[in-house]
Design a binder for this molecule. Structure first.
Ligand code: B12
Ligand code: SF4
Length: 310
């Protein structure tokens, strides 16, 4: 059954597929102390009682669950041209929104998993937004190890990949966890321009440019404006610094959609929310909303961003 699922995952375009049990994640205590320190900032959804309860015990999400199928999908598409508009956006956001593009394939795989037994298994799939500690469980399944920058690093993919999971009532033998291979390397911590990585494996979202430019709906505190530089959506500096990326060849052909977006402060100012939603519908940039994107562009522009901004 394991090989069948792996083969189907591969034919659907996933770059890795591994298995773990549905037992609680090992680093629940870390998650609780992260919340206790308010490192989630204003992402209140992650701190709700029910969200915590489910993240600490996947079996509460699906009673009778036995296995978690962990999947990785690379988004590494080679290097963007220096000073191009793509280079000012986090890599994951240069391509159309993975929540939309990966969902149909994840659903196909989930249906396939259910069809393997009679009576059919019961399964639920997750892609970023579910109440599940994706990195933790994926490390236990052996997809990779959690780096000091908090991201999962794979020996074959580097750190440029999305995670997705299928929680299922099927009982499948677990794979071995990956061991941590960071060693004494601290390049990601040194690369962070805001000190958001307050210690290895500890991220204070309130200082993280990914949070400040995407999730945060308020002004970006002045003290971080120069750190934004010209990168107006998300941040990849800690990920770029990881030496494990040297082993990861580009997996996909460049499919950037960024240069087709109306990324002009003037155009954004003239746009109402409905037309913004329409124009940015398939882009991850939608998440920042019109006001957030405009806020970011104005800061980046002050820092020298020289793009089609009229
Ligand atoms: C909230 C969130 C954010 C927040 C908070 C980030 C954070 N570090 O928690 C913000 C907005 C800042 C963010 C940013 C980014 N995110 Co995000 N995010 C999430 C989300 C929705 C939840 C993460 C979470 O639960 N955080 C709480 C913390 C405490 O949990 P954790 O990070 O999983 O940490 C665990 C481990 O670090 C471990 N641990 C802690 N200490 C130690 C110590 C040791 C020794 C060990 C071994 C383990 C260990 O315990 C923790 C708890 O279980 C996940 C999807 C999901 N459902 O999991 C995506 C997710 C983590 N994000 C993702 C991505 C791609 C990003 C960005 C790269 C996007 C960008 N370029 O701008 C950045 C990276 C910033 C960074 N350095 O982490 C991917 C990561 C893929 C990967 N290869 O790891 C995910 C998995 C989404 C996906 N499905 O692909 N994100
Ligand atoms: S994403 Fe940027 S700001 Fe956030 S921890 Fe990494 S380097 Fe620091």
């Amino acid at each position: 059954m394991k090989e069948k699922i792996r083969c189907r995952a591969q034919s659907l375009g996933f770059d890795d597929c591994r298995f773990t049990t549905s037992a609680p994640p090992e680093t629940g205590e870390h998650f609780l102390s992260w919340l206790g320190n308010s490192f989630h900032g204003e992402m209140e959804w992650i701190a709700r009682e029910r969200s915590i309860e489910l993240r600490l015990d996947p079996e509460k999400i699906l009673p009778g669950a036995k296995t978690i199928i962990c999947l990785a999908k690379s988004y590494y598409e080679g290097e963007a041209l220096e000073d191009s508009i793509e280079s000012c956006v986090a890599r994951y956001a240069r391509i159309p929104d993975y929540h939309k593009t990966l969902k149909p394939t994840l659903e196909q795989l989930t249906e396939y998993v259910n069809s393997l037994t009679s009576p059919a298994a019961n399964s639920l799939s997750f892609l970023d937004t579910g109440a599940i500690l994706e990195r933790d469980l994926s490390q236990r399944a052996g997809i990779g190890f959690i780096g000091k920058h908090n991201n999962l690093i794979s020996k074959k993919l580097g750190n440029w990949f999305f995670l997705a999971e299928i929680l299922t009532t099927l009982e499948i033998e677990a794979d071995l966890p990956e061991r941590n291979l960071c060693g004494s390397c601290q390049k990601c911590l040194d690369a962070c321009p805001t000190g958001a990585l307050t210690a290895p494996w500890v991220l204070d979202s309130r200082k993280c440019l990914s949070y400040l430019t995407i999730e945060n709906k308020r002004d970006i505190p002045k003290e971080y404006h120069s750190a934004v530089g010209t990168k107006f959506f998300g941040c990849d500096r800690c990920l770029e610094a990881c030496p494990w990326n040297k082993v990861a060849p580009p997996r996909n052909a460049l499919t950037s959609h960024i240069s087709e977006l109306p990324l002009s402060t003037k155009k954004l100012e003239q746009m109402d929310d409905a037309s913004f939603k329409k124009k940015f519908a398939s882009s991850p940039l939608l998440r920042a909303k019109r006001d957030g994107l405009l806020r970011n562009l104005l800061i980046a522009q002050k820092n020298g961003l020289n793009l089609p901004i009229e």
